[in-house]
Design a protein around this ligand. Sequence first.
Ligand SMILES: Cc1ncc(C[n+]2csc(CCOP(=O)(O)OP(=O)(O)O)c2C)c(N)n1
Ligand SMILES: [Mg+2]
Length: 548
Amino acid sequence: MSPELEGHGGDHAAAVARAHGVETMFTLSGAHVFPLYDAVVKGESRMRLVDVRHEQTAVFAAEATGKLDRHPGLAVLTAGPGVTNGISAVTQAHFAGSPLVVLGGRAPNARWGTGSLQELDQPPLLRTVTKLSETARSVEKVGPTVEAAFTAAESSHRGPAFVDIPMDELYGRVSAPRPRQPVRVRLEPDAEALTEIARLLTAAQRPLLVLGTDVWADGAENAARWFVDELGVPVITNGMGRGIVPGGHPLLVTKARSTAVGTCDLVLVVGTPLDFRLGYGRFGGRDGTPPAQVVHIADSPGQVATHAELAASASGDLTACFDGILSALSARPDSRVWAQRLRDLALEAAARDSVLLAADSDPIHPARIYGELLPRLADDAVVIGDGGDFVSFAGKFVEPRKPGLWLDPGPYGCLGAGLGAAIAARVARPASQVVLLLGDGAAGMSLMDVDTLVRHGLPVVIVVGNNSAWGLEKGPMQMLYGYDVAADLTPGTRYDQVAVALGAGGESVGDPRAIGPALDRAFASGIPYVVNVLTDTEATYPRTTTGI
Ligand SMILES: Cc1ncc(C[n+]2csc(CCOP(=O)(O)OP(=O)(O)O)c2C)c(N)n1
Ligand SMILES: [Mg+2]
């Protein structure tokens, strides 16, 4: 193969994407970006092209691909409205640290300033939510700029990058060197910092470990699991950290979370920000205990919290962090009594859960859906949540058996991500069950992309928790005002019939005993299938905070 690649801008961009492991391009058509399609369909850098019904779905799919495959997902958006429709999903990638590259069309250079169609200077709009947001000003610059975007997206701390390419330059041709294979750079953590953390850990009596998304994204799941088993330290997980310590493991105490975070004396938070999901970094202080010492360990220096009081911190390759702390330990913490207490509480909580999971009330309690779903999930099932209360119930009941199988709204909490994530999961994990849990409100934001599942032959089981409400907003407004507005949806809406009209399968369920058989039919169908479960509007998720 010649060291030079002769081709249009699309060929050069696609060659870089292929070199970075991209196998699928998610898009919605526009003439500004045709050369990118030509490159992957007829050119040298062939890849699967998945065309969707709304640009947000394309970017959510690419973002989920980045989370599942752990190299950047790719979305291609046409100029102007195509790009602006994708911004929420880019922002989700920014919040979740998902490796993502978005290539945008752009009005031609030769006409810039004269008012051509969709002439919008896009990079400034994306700058605050990306690691790189630039225009590749000439066809010669396409390869190097797209290369810089992939490098930015996949290096710690991961995130989205955006490049737009003027139409005349994208269609223009050039001969330029082929892209090189990327080299992963590992950031070495500071050995002294790890030794200090080991010292704190040795002295702790009630240590707690929190594992988040970046532990998975950084490929540190095995090191984390080894660390947990070696030390016997209780663990809670969030985001893509879920499953690193599998459901049923005696040290996984997510179900005893409030006692764990409220009464620990030392917490090691690894690979997740100290945000609202973790009480902004305040631990301990409950039941007369003093505030806990907080250690924050992140994949890169910029991720270490500056707003919380830290006893110690470290940053760098997370495998090196776990291994370095283990080898610096002079003695194991003696936390057996504490671990057993949390274990007992977690088992008590699981026993309480089992009552809800079996609820046979009419209308259906949303928990019953999980009571039926859990025994039907294989160990490698990918479970995706998009919605409010319905997904909070999922977070409570679904404890994945392996990492890389759970996609939730994450800290950005953007409704509408579900169909894109489901498309991505089916493409990334062709042999696994893929289950999308949709609130009825969330369903309205992306259900048209069931059409994409149908056109591309992508079977997914979609369960709509249909409580005829924007439940997670209805409850809090009631609590704050004693009444609610703008929170009701039409009771009994047949989201399953929408799916059927689009060529998928579907059915509605109003009786708790009918949920299981409906799920069986959905899994057996081999097509995209919506099970629309009519649930009790009053059965809200028990919440103690609004997240704000
Ligand atoms: C794009 C977007 N718009 C609005 C919100 C605010 N919001 C958060 S949860 C929620 C209600 C979700 O309703 P539904 O999907 O039906 O789930 P439920 O809470 O009823 O189970 C809303 C409107 C949001 N998070 N994202
Ligand atoms: Mg709802």
